[in-house]
Ligand binder design. Structure first.
Ligand SMILES: NC(=O)c1ccc[n+]([C@@H]2O[C@H](COP(=O)([O-])OP(=O)(O)OC[C@H]3O[C@@H](n4cnc5c(N)ncnc54)[C@H](OP(=O)(O)O)[C@@H]3O)[C@@H](O)[C@H]2O)c1
Length: 324
């Protein structure tokens, strides 16, 4: 039997229920995993709240790392006892043990603990594709990243800095601003106290930035467009404050012939070579000291509802995991 967190309806953290379920043997192309650590991601709150609709009842959770306990027919890449991690697939990682498609899993190098992998893989691969594939950040790039003291921010900021870019971050409150600076931001704007558009313009001598990485969504969307240079790129990749409302394409013309994209990780890791390249880039970045694993919050799996409440109330910083 394995402890799982399940939801039968969408709602607040109170809809999360603990259940004891038996874990089936893996079918063709599947592996069974005993989780050692489970990643906590903002997307899990969208699945729970219904911002992203999922078929119900459902498990929750998008990533974890652990040990292979069984392999299904036809699986050649993995063996019982190997340590692996995964990010994505059907929600359900908030559990002790589960079956997943082998195609989702990546092997962990010896230097990467299960806890590091669970904390980092999803956010690390996100930072990787945002900085290298969505918009190729270079030494002459100036970028703005919102929620720079959060989970994705803790990875994206030092990685962008390593690429030589000028990094301006936003964060809510003095403590988070200090942390964003510690992650590598050249300049940090407390967007709860300051007008981040005016500050970004001031910091760039009126020019604006080449690219904005905006995971906050509704509250920052229009302001983010106003932080961009002519022909700059708006990367809207999250909805922490709610979904970005519909807009007319002419808005992008009026703001300076801007480029707009709304990417998701799954479209950058859809094939096995894409997934392996992204995971390898993250593991290499850890090994080379390019990114730091700033794990600040550990919750018992049974307290997943409290973890969600903290994440949504902006009480977390850096990376968070659940412990089965
Ligand atoms: N598209 C993709 O491929 C992809 C992949 C991974 C993550 N994401 C997105 O990236 C974002 C960050 O994910 P994460 O797991 O690392 O979370 P996180 O950044 O650790 O937490 C979210 C942060 O957003 C900020 N925020 C601003 N307004 C908020 C509001 N109204 N409610 C809650 N938080 C608010 C808070 O920081 P301050 O207190 O500093 O404002 C909060 O700590 C999420 O939007 C997530 O959906 C997207």
């Amino acid at each position: 039997m394995s402890v799982h967190i399940r939801i039968e309806r969408h709602g607040g953290p109170e809809v999360m229920q603990l259940a004891e379920l038996s874990v089936p043997a893996p079918g063709p192309g599947e592996i069974r995993l005993r989780h050692e650590a489970i990643g906590l991601n903002f997307i899990d709150t969208y699945h729970r709240s219904g911002l992203y609709k999922i078929p119900l009842p459902s498990g929750l959770g998008s990533e974890a790392a652990g040990v292979v306990t069984a392999v299904g027919p036809g699986v050649k890449e993995f063996r019982v006892g190997e340590r692996v991690a995964y990010a994505g697939g059907a929600p359900g990682s908030y559990c002790e043990e589960r079956v997943i498609p082998a195609a989702l899993a990546v092997k962990l190098p010896p230097g990467i603990s299960s806890e590091t992998a669970a904390a980092l893989l999803l956010k690390g691969m996100t930072a990787y594709y945002l900085l290298h594939l969505t918009y190729p950040v270079r030494a002459d790039t100036t970028l703005l990243v919102h929620a720079a003291a959060g989970g994705v921010g803790s990875v994206l900021v030092p990685w962008a800095r390593h690429l030589g870019a000028r990094v301006i971050g936003t964060a809510g409150g003095a403590e988070k601003c200090a942390l964003a600076r510690h992650y590598g931001c050249h300049d940090v704007i407390d967007y709860r106290a300051q007008d981040f558009v005016a500050e970004t313009r001031r910091l760039t001598d009126g020019a604006g930035v080449d690219v904005v990485y905006d995971s906050v969504g509704r509250d920052t969307f229009l302001g983010s467009l106003d932080c961009l240079k002519r022909r700059g790129t708006m990367v809207s990749f999250g909805n922490a404050s709610g979904k970005v409302p519909a807009f007319e394409p002419i808005l992008l013309t009026e703001k300076g012939s801007l480029f707009f994209t709304r990417p998701k990780l799954g479209d950058y890791t859809a094939t096995r070579p894409e997934l392996e390249a992204a995971a390898q880039a993250v593991f290499d970045a850890v090994a080379r000291g390019v990114i730091r694993v700033d794990l600040r919050h550990r919750y018992p799996l049974r307290d997943a509802a409290r973890a969600h409440a903290d994440l949504e109330a902006r009480r977390t910083q850096g990376l968070c995991v659940l412990r089965p």
